[in-house]
Design a protein around this ligand. Structure first.
Ligand SMILES: Cc1cc2nc3c(=O)[nH]c(=O)nc-3n(C[C@H](O)[C@H](O)[C@H](O)COP(=O)(O)O)c2cc1C
Length: 157
């Protein structure tokens, strides 16, 4: 199976939400990456996962981070998704955020936030699977940002 474009198109038939996964790197700089590979894994203990591409400029930060946060985006936060899908080391310029008690950036207006302790990291093909143990979480009502067929969608459309 070497038709990667068709494979991506096929995977794009699975509608997902959109998250920005954040951490602080070894020098104290905030990091954020848009990710729709988020998934729940276990309720007891509470575990979640996401995948990061090995080519990501932020890879070392996430592989070394003891903690990270998953910000589940609302439809109104689509600009945040676009911002953190860019390869740019000044991604946080002009963006308001708070820090979790473990130092991961949190965005006001997120539909849900899951603060995680890095639990396991698995080397899988061209990605690493990062599994986190959830140490704190909160959620609110609102319209989710969705991603389907390579495009942003929302429930109202
Ligand atoms: C909707 C959407 C979902 C994405 N999901 C992931 C993902 O799960 N894992 C990942 O590594 N990259 C994902 N990306 C791509 C990264 O956001 C993007 O490649 C990255 O921010 C580029 O910067 P970097 O190379 O410095 O990491 C996604 C992009 C978009 C727009």
């Amino acid at each position: 199976m070497n038709d990667s474009k068709a494979f991506r198109q096929c995977l794009g038939k699975f509608a997902t939400g959109v998250t920005v996964v954040t951490c602080t790197d070894a020098t104290g700089n905030p990091c954020g990456i848009t990710a729709n590979s988020f998934s729940s894994v276990s309720l007891q203990p509470p575990l979640v996962l996401w995948n990061i591409a090995k080519v990501s400029h932020s890879l070392e930060a996430y592989l070394n981070a003891a903690h990270f946060a998953i910000n589940v985006l609302s439809a109104a936060q689509q600009p945040l998704s676009a911002q953190f899908a860019r390869s740019d080391h000044t991604l946080f310029t002009g963006i308001e955020y708070a820090l979790s008690s473990d130092g991961a950036p949190i965005f006001a207006g997120s539909l849900a936030v899951l603060e995680c302790r890095t639990h396991q990291i698995h080397d899988c093909g061209d990605h690493y699977v990062i599994i986190g143990e959830v140490t704190a979480f909160h959620s609110s009502d609102g319209n989710p940002l969705l991603f389907y067929g390579g495009k942003y969608r929302s429930i109202e459309k």
